[in-house]
Design a protein around this ligand. Structure first.
Ligand code: OAD
Length: 239
C-alpha cells in the first residue's frame, strides 16, 4: 500500500443497492417534485408543510434500509487504513454512519456529510444543529431560540455545502482520490477530482458506467458498487 492520505467521495450510487433511490435516475429521489419546490430556502419559506413532509417521508424510509457491502467495505478500509482517510459523502442518509458504528475506524479516519443529514435538524435563527430522528412539524419550534423554527439539516440549492475547509485541506494533501457512485453533476463536489489532480493524487472513479467526467480520472472501475467497492478495497489493502 503506497498511498497514505486518502479521500473518498461518495454519492447516491453507493446507497442505491440498499434501496435508496438516486437523484438523476428516472424514478429519482425527488419523488415527482420539482427541485425548486422542495429543496430551496424559498420553497421552505413558501410552503413549509410540503417541504417538511418531503423530508419526513425520506427520514422514515431510513428505517427500511441497511448499509450494503460497499458501505461495509469502506468501514473495513477505515478500520485498517494507517494514514489519513477522509470520507466525504454527498448522501444525507446514515448508511455510512451505521457501517462505521459496527466496525470502529482507525484514528486517522473522519466522515463528513457535505450536504447535511436527514437525521438532524437545525434552528433557522441560530443554525444550531440537533439530532432529530422523527417527523418535523411545518412550524416546528426551535429549542434554541424563542422565534426560531427547526428545519431539516439539509443543504438546499443556493446554500453553502458543509465542512468545505476540512475537505479542501484533505484533498490538497491526498495522494489517492476515489469517487464512488456520483454523477459529478453538482459542484463543488464535481470539482474535487480536479483539485486532487492538482495535488498530484491518483484518481479513480467507481460507478455503474463512465460518467461525463471520466477523462479526469486515471482509472475507472465499472459495475455495481456492492461488487466493485469490496474488490477495490481488497486490491488496495493487498497493495
Ligand atoms: P446522482 O443521482 O446524480 O448520480 C448517481 C450516480 O450513481 C450515477 O452516476 C449512477 O450511474 C451511479 N450509480 C447508480 N447505481 C449505482 C450502483 N449500484 N453502483 C455504482 N454506481 C451507481 O447522485 P449524486 O451524484 O449523489 O445534492 O448527486 C449529487 C447531488 O445532487 C446530491 O447530493 C444532491 C443532488 O442534487 C443536494 O441535494 C444538495
Amino acid at each position: 500500500m503506497t498511498a497514505r492520505n486518502l479521500v473518498i467521495l461518495t454519492g447516491a450510487g453507493i446507497s442505491a443497492e440498499s434501496g435508496v433511490p438516486t437523484f438523476r435516475a428516472d424514478d429519482g429521489l425527488w419523488m415527482g417534485h420539482r427541485i425548486e419546490d422542495v429543496a430551496t430556502p424559498e420553497a421552505f419559506a413558501r410552503d413549509p408543510a410540503l417541504v417538511q413532509d418531503f423530508y419526513n417521508r425520506r427520514r422514515r424510509q431510513l428505517a427500511e434500509v441497511r448499509p450494503n457491502a460497499a458501505h461495509h467495505a469502506l468501514a473495513d478500509l477505515a478500520a485498517r487504513w494507517e494514514g489519513d482517510f477522509l470520507l466525504v459523502t454527498q448522501n444525507v442518509d446514515d448508511l455510512h454512519d451505521r457501517a462505521h458504528a459496527e466496525t470502529p475506524p482507525a484514528a486517522g479516519f473522519e466522515l463528513v456529510h457535505m450536504h447535511g443529514e436527514l437525521l438532524k435538524a437545525h434552528c433557522t435563527r441560530t443554525g444550531r444543529v440537533c439530532d432529530w430522528p422523527g417527523d418535523l412539524a411545518p412550524q416546528e419550534p426551535s429549542p434554541h431560540h424563542p422565534s426560531g423554527r427547526l428545519r431539516p439539516h439539509i443543504v438546499w440549492f443556493g446554500e453553502m455545502p458543509l465542512h468545505m475547509e476540512r475537505i479542501n485541506a484533505a484533498i490538497a494533501a491526498c495522494d489517492l482520490f476515489v469517487a464512488i457512485g456520483t454523477s459529478g453533476e453538482v459542484y463543488p463536489a464535481a470539482g474535487f477530482v480536479q483539485q486532487a489532480r492538482l495535488a498530484g493524487a491518483r484518481t479513480v472513479e467507481i460507478n455503474l458506467a463512465p460518467t461525463s467526467g471520466r477523462r479526469l480520472f486515471d482509472e475507472g472501475v465499472y459495475g455495481p458498487a456492492t461488487q466493485m467497492v469490496p474488490a477495490f478495497v481488497h486490491n488496495l489493502m493487498a497493495g
